[in-house]
Design a protein around this ligand. Sequence first.
Ligand code: HEM
Length: 450
Amino acid sequence: MHRPGTSSFTGEECLPPGPVGAPQALLAAWSADPYGFLFRCRDAHGDCFTVDLGPFGKRVVFSAPRHLKALFTAPEGALLGARGNEVLAPIVGKSSAFVLDGPAHLACRRLMLPAFTGAALDASGSALLDAVDASLQEGGPTPRVVDMVEYASRVLLRATVRLLFPRGDAGLIEGVTAALGDIGAMLRADTGSMGAGMGGLRAGKARLDQTLAPFLAGRRAALQSAASSRPDASHMGDFVDRCLQAGLGDDAIRDQIVTLLAAQDASATTVAWCAHFLFRYPVIHAALVSAAAEVDLRAPGAEIFGLSHFVMEVLRLRPPAPMASRGVGRPITIGEYRLLPGSYAIGAILLAHHRVETFPHPERFEPARFRERKYSQYEYLPFGGGVHRCVGFQFSPYELQLVLGRLLQRCHLAPADASDVGDPRASWRVATTSPSTGIPTKMTVRSERA
Ligand code: HEM
């Protein structure tokens, strides 16, 4: 059995030492302060450590690039996303990429990726900008104070639903948006635990199923009667059709849609952290506002100078998913350690992003570091790695560029309490971590149009 505090061997097992404590106490500490817990363990034990969660398994945490490379390139079947993400299964459903492995997982990604990469990006730009513009028009007079996580979640939900259902009528769009909004709100209310207490989730999904059923039946019939026409794979609006053509049932399609909603939470959180860093660094904020004023965001390939490095630095310091988790399926060696089934290998994205060897003065907010150096996929990895790497790895930077860019163009953003920007803690919001305060933001619309 693993003895925290020393390397341990049981048969072939060899794990690094880690924090000592009752599993429940360790789980509570990790859940209550996901960043702080990882930093404290790193300070005490170094790059690798084992957190023994008793009945919840031993979590072996890695953050050095050579270990992360071994983790993310593990032979098929050795490390399983399905087990690593089992806590997400009740939320995203059994057909979600998060909880699939092997051929079923690859097939699921093959369906999703074309909708979120390449030419599909430009095709989604207008919906993202329209969603921001509409939110500014609808919200009543400004200045007004918004919870930035909630605000960004609403904007991204609106854009995503419009993009996913270009053939949906107003009733469908409204119904799906409302059902997903309810599911999202339920999940977000369940803070402070790594996924426990999913009250109301089933009811929300049932409402979503009811709303989707007639639309999916109609599309299925339409696709059957035009069996020869294959949907163009170059935009998000084809995603549901491609799922239908691949033979997915209604439940499996619903799982894909809920997965996208859950995944968008990471982007919403990042918008909020970006606002926080704009408030902490007013000189950078002012430079980005000037740069944004020069750009037509509706032009293909539009980019605001400095914004992508700013976002990359925010994702370095506040990765919404601070770790990527895999369950051990077959015995595996990672560096000098040997993990057996029943344990978990954790790629600690947060700790990798704070390695002094990789990022000198890691606590400093320095977007320019991304201009000066290229980082390998095992040094800087906000989107995880290997076969489970985030499907939105191209789409998210694009949507963040547009959503933040539009806000910089059209709004004056300021902390709700100008005397206290604070340094909020990251807390769990089921699938991702998010600023505990929501980043209360005073938003003043300064122009109708950019
Ligand atoms: C800033 C925004 C985002 C961040 C930082 C982020 C990060 C991540 C991370 C760390 C993972 C786990 C990867 C792993 O286990 O190795 C993941 C998985 C995933 N993300 Fe994202 N994500 C973001 C936004 C999005 C968006 C907008 C989408 C929508 C397309 C998306 C779709 C997914 C999907 C489908 C998975 C599961 C992939 C799989 O298991 O094969 N993400 N994301």
